[in-house]
Design a protein around this ligand. Structure first.
Ligand code: HGY
Ligand code: MN
Ligand code: MN
Length: 429
C-alpha cells in the first residue's frame, strides 16, 4: 500500500483543503505499474489495490461504502431528509495504459474532499450524498468502456457481459472478481439520484490557452467504436511472389488512411467530428511472414449522429474496396459500442456557474470531446460536469498534468454547487 502523502494543511480562501486533496491524487498515482507509469487498468490487481486504498479513505471520511452489482464503489452519507434522494459526485480511478495521474482520479478525489469539507463545517445536507468511483470508464481489455455507469443506468446489455479479454476471461466473470454481480445487475439501477456532478480535467487546451479557471460542460460527445477484421493468408515473405500475396495489413493500412480522410472531411462540416484507429493488431506478427490477419478498432466521436452515419457508410464501402484490392476478405465489421451525444443539465450548469462566480473564478461553457460516465448518468438523472485546465491539453499520456490550485478551484465550484442544489432541489421536491 502506498504511503499516504502527508502535506501541510494549507487553506486558501477556498472552502476545501487543497493540500489534502492533492495528497490523495498523488497517493493514488503511486499505485501504478512501475514499468508503465501511470497504468492502473480496470479489473487488475493494481486496480483492486487502488480501490482498497480509496475505500479506506472513504471510511475515514465517515462514508458507508459498498460495491454495487455493476462493480461501482459507492460511498454514502445519509441526508437529514433521506426521502429527498441522492446528490452524487463521481468519476473513475482506472487509467488507460501509460496514462495520466488526473484523468478520472481528480473527480473521485474531489468528491472525497467535498465530503470532508462538509463534515469539517458541520454541514449536514438535506439530501443523501454519494461519491461514486465508476468501474472501468476507460475502454477495458474486454473492449467495453463505462462498464459501471452503463450498469447503473441500464446500458450494460447481456451480450456485453460475454465479451472476453485476450486471455479468454468473460466480462461477467471479471465483474464478479471485483465485487459486482452480473446476475443481479437490475439491483445496480438507480431512480433515487436527483443530481450527478463530475469534475474532470479538460483533456483539451481551451481553458489553459484562455487563462480560465473552470469550464462548464455543455454537451458530451457520442462515441462509436467499430472493429474490423481482415483475413488474408500468412505466407513466406521471401518466396511468395507479390501478385500471389493476400496481405491483410495492406487492406488494414489503407483503411486507417480512409478513416483519417473521412474524419477530416466530416470535421470540416457543421458539428464536432473526430476519428482515429487506436488499435491495430497483426497476426502472425513477424518480419518474414506476410500478415495473415489484421484487427483494427476505430474510435469515432461526434455531437451530430448524422455525421457518424455518413462516416460508417464511407468506411464500410472503402474497407470492402481495400479488402478486394488486397485479395483478402473483410471477415467482420462490428460495432463494439455506440453511446449517443448528450446535453448537460441546464439547472446544474447554472449552479456550477454560480459557484464559480461566487468564488471569483473565470469560467466558460465548452463541449466535451472526451467520453465520460456523466454521459450515461444523464440517462437517469440531471447531470453536469466541470472541467479544470490541464497543461497543454495533454491527456492519456504520463505527461498529463493539472495544477493543485486548478483542481482545488474546480472542487470548490462543485462544493458550492452541491450546497446550492441541496437547497434548490429540496424546495422543488
Ligand atoms: O476516451 C475517452 O474519451 C475517455 O477518456 N475515456
Ligand atoms: Mn480517459
Ligand atoms: Mn476520464
Amino acid at each position: 500500500m502506498p504511503t499516504h502523502f502527508q502535506q501541510p494543511t494549507s487553506r486558501t480562501n477556498l472552502p476545501i483543503n487543497a493540500a489534502r486533496l492533492w495528497a490523495d491524487v498523488m497517493s493514488l498515482a503511486e499505485i501504478t505499474d512501475p514499468a508503465r507509469p501511470y497504468t492502473r487498468r480496470s479489473f487488475t490487481a493494481l486496480f483492486l489495490e487502488g480501490r482498497a486504498w480509496l475505500t479506506q479513505r472513504f471510511v475515514e471520511a465517515g462514508l458507508s461504502t459498498r460495491i454495487d452489482a455493476a462493480g461501482n464503489l459507492i460511498g454514502r452519507i445519509e441526508g437529514r431528509h433521506p426521502t429527498l434522494g441522492v446528490i452524487a459526485i463521481g468519476s473513475h480511478c482506472d487509467t488507460v495504459p501509460a496514462g495520466g495521474r488526473f484523468d478520472g482520479i481528480a473527480g473521485v478525489a474531489a468528491g472525497l474532499e467535498i465530503i470532508r469539507a462538509l463534515r469539517e463545517t458541520n454541514t449536514r445536507l438535506n439530501h443523501t450524498i454519494e461519491i461514486i468511483d465508476f468501474l472501468a470508464e476507460e475502454p477495458s481489455e474486454y473492449g467495453l468502456s463505462c462498464v459501471g455507469s452503463r450498469g447503473m443506468t441500464g446500458a450494460l446489455e447481456g451480450k456485453m457481459l460475454d465479451l472476453t479479454e485476450p486471455g479468454g476471461e468473460k466480462l461477467c466473470d471479471a465483474l464478479r472478481r471485483v465485487g459486482g454481480d452480473p446476475d443481479r445487475l437490475a439491483q445496480a439501477r438507480r431512480n433515487d439520484i436527483r443530481a450527478f456532478l463530475e469534475l474532470h480535467i479538460e483533456q483539451g487546451i481551451v481553458l489553459e490557452s484562455r487563462l480560465l479557471d473552470v469550464g462548464i460542460v455543455t454537451s458530451i460527445v457520442g462515441i462509436r467504436r467499430i472493429e474490423i477484421v481482415f483475413q488474408g493468408e500468412a505466407d513466406h515473405a521471401g518466396t511468395t511472389p507479390m501478385e500471389l500475396r493476400h496481405d491483410a495489413l495492406v487492406a488494414a493500412s489503407n483503411t486507417v488512411v480512409s478513416v483519417r480522410r473521412a474524419a477530416e472531411q466530416l470535421a470540416a462540416e457543421e458539428g464536432y467530428f473526430v476519428a482515429t484507429v487506436g488499435i491495430l493488431t497483426v497476426d502472425p506478427s513477424a518480419s518474414n511472414i506476410v500478415p495473415g490477419q489484421c484487427r483494427l478498432v476505430i474510435d469515432a466521436r461526434t455531437t451530430e449522429p448524422t455525421l457518424t452515419r455518413r462516416f460508417v457508410e464511407i468506411i464500410e464501402q472503402e474497407s470492402a474496396e481495400h479488402a478486394a484490392a488486397a485479395r483478402v476478405t473483410r471477415a467482420s465489421f462490428t460495432t463494439l459500442s455506440d453511446s449517443k451525444p448528450v446535453a448537460c443539465d441546464a439547472h446544474l450548469r447554472s449552479a456550477l456557474r454560480r459557484g464559480a462566480s461566487d468564488l471569483g473564478l473565470a469560467d466558460t461553457d465548452l463541449p466535451s470531446g472526451a467520453g465520460h460516465d456523466a454521459a450515461f448518468m444523464s440517462r437517469i438523472c440531471p447531470s453536469a460536469m466541470v472541467f479544470v485546465p490541464c497543461r497543454g491539453g495533454k491527456s492519456h499520456a504520463p505527461e498529463e498534468w493539472a495544477d493543485r490550485e486548478a483542481i482545488a478551484a474546480g472542487t470548490a465550484v462543485v462544493y458550492q454547487a452541491v450546497k446550492a442544489l441541496d437547497q434548490s432541489l429540496a424546495r422543488s421536491a
